[in-house]
Design a binder for this molecule. Structure first.
Ligand code: GLC
Length: 663
């Protein structure tokens, strides 16, 4: 059962698709108070577990920390970060009382989950203008499923997007891309996508191509496609301020950019230098910006990643002026009144400064809305702009689309990647923990930068991370400018990398089928163990293993130099290892704790009792997969319902596209 409450005058985020009447009063759960803004508190039972919050730091059980929904360009995902790139304000309390809560409020929200007081969950919004949804159900899992129904069907990617992709912020010329393509093809490491980061553009101008490097872009795209590779360009939120640049000129002329209080176009510096932000909350401007994707789709592009859409601000002219003043004061100060720390802070605080977010406006619903009040909706609406445009460009076709910043609701328009992680073992584990929470909030097509984005990766970390990436719908290796080369063919024993990625391709029929079932049934692709085994107190505590679909459990190795790991099996399972020679080892393990050995070049998974999964033969790209000849592994005398469609169009009929495979 879902109850909707309305407080004040909320901004219509369009996160929820289910229509329902709002109830009078306040929720029966917790205590609602209004003072400065909106405060809701709930007394947690000792054993209560809190799930959800999507792209948030720390564990699957969110209890014990404080999280703030405030979309931020934050390349330091250290444990103390309270805000990342997304705002996913849905959680479930599971325990003494089990219920879910969705705070539909697009500005900053603080979730203090037993942080200030161990037994208190406290939510604060700066203003009491919001919708609150309370969901009751039998279990945390069942509540999540009701929530997912309420927010509408998750984005479905084309099938090629379930292949492997290589990315690096550095590729600039055609030769760079050919080198990557060749590195993979020559070494027979499967791959479907090569990502184009900002250097493909002319001076970082959205929807332009570097004139010297890409004079014959459509031929280049076509040539890559003949090699079964898709090029996936990045699109940034800020539009470069430059006289004569068509998109800039059009935006200024039509008033499609976010404006300052005085009506002038707001200026923020990002990669291109000064930019204006397209006002994607204004439907007309959103449509205009979305139409620009056509410039690239007409040249053969079938997928994009939207970036810097928190929106990220490196600095504003106003901010610089203030910082200059502080520096000047410091330099002219002969009495030592200004400290060097003030100077440092003035410079450090130039980027993503709260004051800047309070100094520009949107034209939404015919009203002028100050940005900070709807901050968490920017990335969502940028991606919505693209998705709505794809519907017009080719209504029957799927495009690959994922974004860095998001709000619940955006899950209908695209996926997300989890932003600028580092080549740290702890971030491999964070990747794993975040996945089920993201799924709960509707984001199914997700993944992290495999191998780590910032800092230098190592061969073992990349291999272990890929062995997790085998299972994440988005499987992309991405690295930052200046870091160690991270393409699989840069390392010793390339065959190990080939093997791990081949396992992904062998599993695609299964992974794709499970993805589609999850999307079409508003279900989870990744689940915490406790969702499948709610009565098992041990399963409740497991934070480093996940259930995938109905058939398997994954338990990747995430520790340096480890030769294996401990796993907990809530029931008897088949422990399967994909061995480097292409064969499999299968071992039935009883329920309980085990230490399992897993070499660097092996991929482990666990098949649940009385289940089986299909496997294809390896292929170098998705289109080459022979899905007609699948073998089954797992428990004999069982069957698997395989969902399969053409992977291109939107004919998603579950019944029509599902067949039973018997083992
Ligand atoms: C941002 C993105 C990263 C990208 C870089 C350059 O940091 O998160 O993925 O490589 O910008 O475009």
């Amino acid at each position: 059962m879902i109850q909707k409450y309305v407080f004040g005058r909320p901004f219509e985020t369009e996160a929820v698709v289910l229509e329902m009447e709002a109830k009078e009063g306040v929720p029966e759960y917790g205590e609602t108070s209004f003072g400065e803004g909106f405060v809701w508190t709930y007394r947690l039972g000792d054993e209560d577990v809190v799930y959800g919050l999507g792209e948030a730091n720390r564990g699957i059980n969110k209890r014990g920390y404080c999280y703030i929904s405030n979309n931020t360009d934050i390349p330091e995902h250290t444990e103390d970060q309270r805000s990342l790139y997304g705002a996913h304000n849905f959680f479930v309390v599971s325990g003494v009382r089990t219920f879910g809560l969705f705070v539909d409020y697009p500005a900053k929200v603080t979730f203090d989950i037993g942080y200030t007081r161990m037994d208190t969950l406290k939510i604060c919004c700066e203003e009491a203008d919001l919708y609150l949804y309370v969901i009751e159900g039998e279990s945390a899992y069942e509540i999540v499923r009701q929530f997912r129904k309420m927010i509408g069907r998750s984005y479905i990617a084309p099938k090629f997007a379930f292949g492997y992709g290589q990315s690096r912020w550095e590729y600039a010329t055609k030769e760079d891309f050919y080198r990557v393509a060749e590195g993979y093809r020559k070494n027979h490491i499967p791959m479907d996508m090569v990502y184009m980061d900002i250097d493909y553009m002319q001076d970082y101008k959205d929807f332009t191509l570097h004139t010297e490097n890409f004079s014959d872009f459509p031929e280049f795209v076509q040539g890559m496609k003949e090699n079964h590779l898709r090029l996936i360009p990045i699109i940034d939120a800020g539009v470069k301020v430059e006289k004569g640049y068509e998109i800039y000129e059009e935006g200024v002329k039509n008033g499609y950019f976010c404006k300052r209080e005085d009506g002038s176009d707001f200026v923020a510096a990002v990669w291109p230098g000064d930019t204006h932000f397209p006002d994607v909350l204004n439907p007309e401007a959103r449509k205009w910006f979305g139409e620009k994707y056509r410039i690239l789709t007409e040249q053969g592009i079938e997928g994009f990643w939207n970036d810097m859409n928190e929106p990220a601000i490196f600095y504003t002219p106003e901010g610089v002026e203030k910082a200059q003043k502080v520096v000047k004061e410091f330099l002219e100060d002969t009495e030592g009144k200004t400290s060097i720390f003030e100077v440092r802070d003035a410079i450090m605080n130039l980027a993503n400064n709260e004051e800047d977010y309070r100094s520009f406006y949107h034209q939404a619903d015919g009203k002028k809305v100050r940005h900070d009040k709807v901050h968490n909706l920017f990335g969502c609406n940028m991606t919505r702009a693209a998705s709505e445009a794809f519907e017009r460009i080719a209504p029957e076709k799927r495009f690959l689309m994922f974004s860095r910043s998001s709000y619940i609701g955006m899950h209908r328009y695209g996926g997300i990647w989890t932003g600028d992680n580092k080549s740290w073992w702890s971030h491999l584990l964070l990747n794993l923990k975040m996945m089920p929470s993201l799924n709960m909030c509707g984001f199914l097509y997700t993944g992290a930068d495999l191998g780590g984005f910032g800092t230098d990766t190592t061969r073992d970390l990349l291999l272990r991370w890929l062995a997790l990436g085998v299972f994440t719908p988005l499987m992309r290796n991405h690295a930052a400018l200046g870091t160690r080369k991270q393409e699989c063919y840069q390392f010793e024993h390339i065959e190990d990398f080939r093997h791990v990625i081949e396992v992904r391709y062998r599993l695609i029929p299964y992974l794709y089928s499970e993805y589609m079932k999850a999307a079409l049934n508003d279900d989870l692709y990744f689940k915490p163990l406790a969702f499948t085994y709610p009565k098992d107190p041990m399963a409740l505590q497991v934070e480093d293993q996940l259930m995938l679909g109905d058939e398997i459990m994954i338990a990747p190795v995430y520790t340096q130099n480890a030769k294996g790991r401990y796993v907990y099996l809530p029931e008897e399972m088949k422990f399967v290892k994909f061995l480097p020679d292409g064969t499999l080892s299968e071992q039935t393990l009883p329920a309980g704790h085990h230490y399992v050995e897993i070499a660097l070049n092996e991929v482990p998974l666990f098949i649940r009792q009385n289940k089986c999964i299909p496997l294809a033969s390896p292929a170098e790209y998705v289109d080459a997969l022979d899905t007609k000849n699948l073998t089954l592994i797992g428990y004999k005398n069982t069957s698997y319902s395989l969902y399969e469609d053409d992977g291109i169009h939107k004919d998603y009929d579950l019944n029509k596209n599902t067949k039973i495979l018997k083992y």
